[in-house]
Design a binder for this molecule. Structure first.
Ligand code: SAM
Length: 211
């Protein structure tokens, strides 16, 4: 399997082809070997246009969804970002190329431990992986310039709004446990100004302020 060719095609057809224009996002995704973040038996499927299983009933998100959510954050390189739902670590690795520091929180330690190993192997040093309930956010390192929640939530947790900087951006799927809307909130005078980026399907955010 020629992973580099598969990656180029993914960028051309799935990402650029569907309207993602942020050159920094395209370049970050061109540099991350997605095959390293999927299970051994799924390597040949790594660049398919769909989510894939990663164990514990969880998934690595579809490449286009990673691109869209990342573009929504409008990162310039100086930001501190919180990701809720580390999963495979692919989204966090993508963010590492676009922000100054990334904190990513995962409820399953088995997934978090796997991600720590992959990031070490790829020499990605600006991502800190934490085990815990990310529906409460991660107060210790707050405030954040960007927050990305990669699991579906019944509502936007107040704790996350509090931990977001003024003018900061939060992207989060909100809906029921089967389907959600992808919402982008920009914090203005302490409140989120919301835009809706359409329907999506994520595994549930399980925790105090999730399901
Ligand atoms: N961003 C991931 C990637 O790049 O592979 C995809 C994440 S997967 C769709 C959602 C993840 O959120 C799962 O790994 C799940 O265990 C995690 N999760 C769900 N609820 C959580 C919570 N309250 N705190 C932290 N992680 C949570």
């Amino acid at each position: 399997m020629d992973f580099e060719k598969a990656r180029e095609e993914m960028i051309r057809y799935q990402i650029k082809g569907r309207g993602i224009r942020d050159e920094r996002v395209l370049s970050a995704m061109s540099s991350i070997p997605r095959e390293k973040f999927v299970l051994e038996g799924e390597k040949d499927n790594a660049y398919l246009d769909c989510p894939l299983p990663i164990g514990m009933g969880q998934t690595i998100s579809q490449p286009f969804m990673v691109a869209l959510m990342t573009q929504c954050l409008s990162l310039k390189g100086s930001e501190t970002v919180l990701e809720v739902g580390t999963g495979s670590g692919y989204q966090a690795a993508t963010l590492s190329k676009l922000a100054k520091m990334v904190y990513t929180i995962e409820r399953f330690s088995i997934l978090a431990d796997r991600v720590k190993k992959i990031l070490k192997e790829l020499e990605i040093k600006n991502v800190k992986v934490i085990v815990g309930d990310g529906s409460k956010g991660l107060e210790e390192y707050s405030p954040y310039d960007g927050i990305i929640v990669t699991a579906g939530s019944p509502e936007i947790p107040e704790s996350l709004i509090e931990q977001l900087n003024e003018k900061g951006r939060m992207v989060i799927p909100v809906g029921n446990s089967f389907s959600q809307d992808l919402l982008l909130g920009i914090k203005e005078k302490g409140k989120l100004k919301i835009s809706n980026y359409g329907g999506c399907v994520f595994v549930p955010l399980v925790g105090k302020y999730g399901w």
